[in-house]
Design a protein around this ligand. Structure first.
Ligand SMILES: *Cc1c(COP(=O)(O)O)cnc(C)c1O
Length: 361
């Protein structure tokens, strides 16, 4: 049985080396006589696992000491409420940038807890670009500004050099689909969060990185489990954390470090994405759907002229072990998600098929 090149938007491919390492340790972790899944989260051996994972993530992302790193549950979707409940604490107003389905969900959730103003949107063009983000958009009085750093469905991203000047209000970033894939200066953010299942490991753990001065001012109605303060104080061990997912993410952090850290992944991802974008830019049959300046390095949507050709292409790809290429229903066509763990060979094989398909159709 051969492993497929899995272009799924998430859960997505994991590095083979890491899967094999987890397999070797599956029954007996180190000298513990048990699987990581069977361990007490209060044991010394497990504390080593979670604290090492945190230290490695801090190193990879250059996270300063005045930020807390939390391993939480509930997916990135729970952060939509958690951010609002914890940060809407003064004017109870926040400014949101609407760049896709995930921003929209975040906006809907936050509206339950305060006054949410959508200050920029790219909905007028099926979210195929990032709107201009000048500092004048932002209300100096707002409790925070919010944006999605990589739009998984539409294939756009905001790189670090294009982060907006928010007039001093804390910036919150959803980094679910590009964490550890391109560099960001954490000090530009008040909060960054990311679900694990795109770039970090199996589903089940969500990372939240929160500047300490923003912790502890949650709304009174905030459930205990949704308070950043409790998880920061208890070092993610307030209750049973998703122990295995954290262990696995820790192995992925070690893998990224060994590869050369985020700078290496960034170069690798740029090279990988450009193979696909260069082909799309020169193709007469395939078309990328995103304006070039805002193209994601992680999610590449593209279309053929008819639905019939789209289905035909997806079927041919499947036969070659290039799977999960069907696009999101709001965009149609195809989407190739090429996260950190997707090897260049997978993208090369995809582009080879696209070339052949263009010749034959
Ligand atoms: C996948 C994704 C989410 C949702 O993540 P869950 O962990 O399924 O809740 C949110 N935001 C972005 C940008 C995503 O890619």
């Amino acid at each position: 049985m051969q492993r497929h090149f899995n272009f799924s938007a998430g859960p997505s491919m994991l590095p083979l080396e890491v899967l094999e390492e987890a397999q070797r340790e599956f029954l007996y972790y180190s000298n513990s006589g048990m699987s990581v899944m069977e361990m007490s989260h209060r044991s010394k051996v497990y504390e080593d696992i979670i604290f090492t994972a945190e230290a490695d993530l801090r190193e990879l992302m250059n996270i300063p000491n005045n930020y807390s790193v939390m391993f939480l549950q509930g997916g990135a979707s729970t952060q939509f409420a958690m951010v609002a409940l914890n940060l809407l604490n003064n004017s109870k107003k926040a400014d949101y940038i609407n760049t896709g389905q995930w921003s929209k969900k975040a906006i809907e959730e936050a509206k339950k807890y305060g006054e949410i103003n959508v200050v920029a949107s790219s909905e007028d063009a099926v979210f195929n670009y990032i709107p201009e983000l000048s500092s004048s958009l932002f209300d100096k009085d707002a409790d925070y500004a919010y944006l999605t750093l990589n739009n998984t469905i539409y294939g756009t991203h905001i790189s670090d050099d294009k982060l907006p000047d928010t007039n001093g209000i804390p910036l919150v970033g959803d980094m679910s689909s590009n964490i550890l894939a391109e560099p960001y200066d954490i000090t530009k953010f008040g909060v960054v969060f990311a679900g694990a299942q795109k770039n970090l490991g199996p589903a089940g753990v969500t990372i939240a990185i929160v500047r300490d001065d923003l912790i502890g001012k949650h709304q009174a109605i905030t459930p205990t489990m949704l308070q950043y303060s409790i998880h920061a104080k208890e070092k993610s061990l307030y209750n049973t954390p998703p122990t295995y997912s954290i262990y696995f993410a820790g192995l992925v952090f070690k893998w990224v470090k060994k590869m050369g850290g985020v700078p290496y992944m960034y170069e690798y991802n740029k090279k990988k994405a450009s193979i696909l974008y260069d082909f799309l830019d020169n193709s007469k049959l395939f078309k990328g759907t995103v304006v070039p300046k805002d193209r994601s390095l992680m999610n590449v949507p593209f279309v053929l002229p008819t639905d019939e050709l789209n289905s035909k292409f997806i079927k041919q790809a499947q036969l070659l072990g290039l799977v999960n290429l069907k696009g999101h229903r709001t965009v149609g066509g195809m989407r190739a998600s090429i996260y950190n763990a997707m090897p260049i060979a997978g993208v090369e094989k995809l582009v080879e098929l696209m070339k052949n398909f263009e010749r034959e159709n």
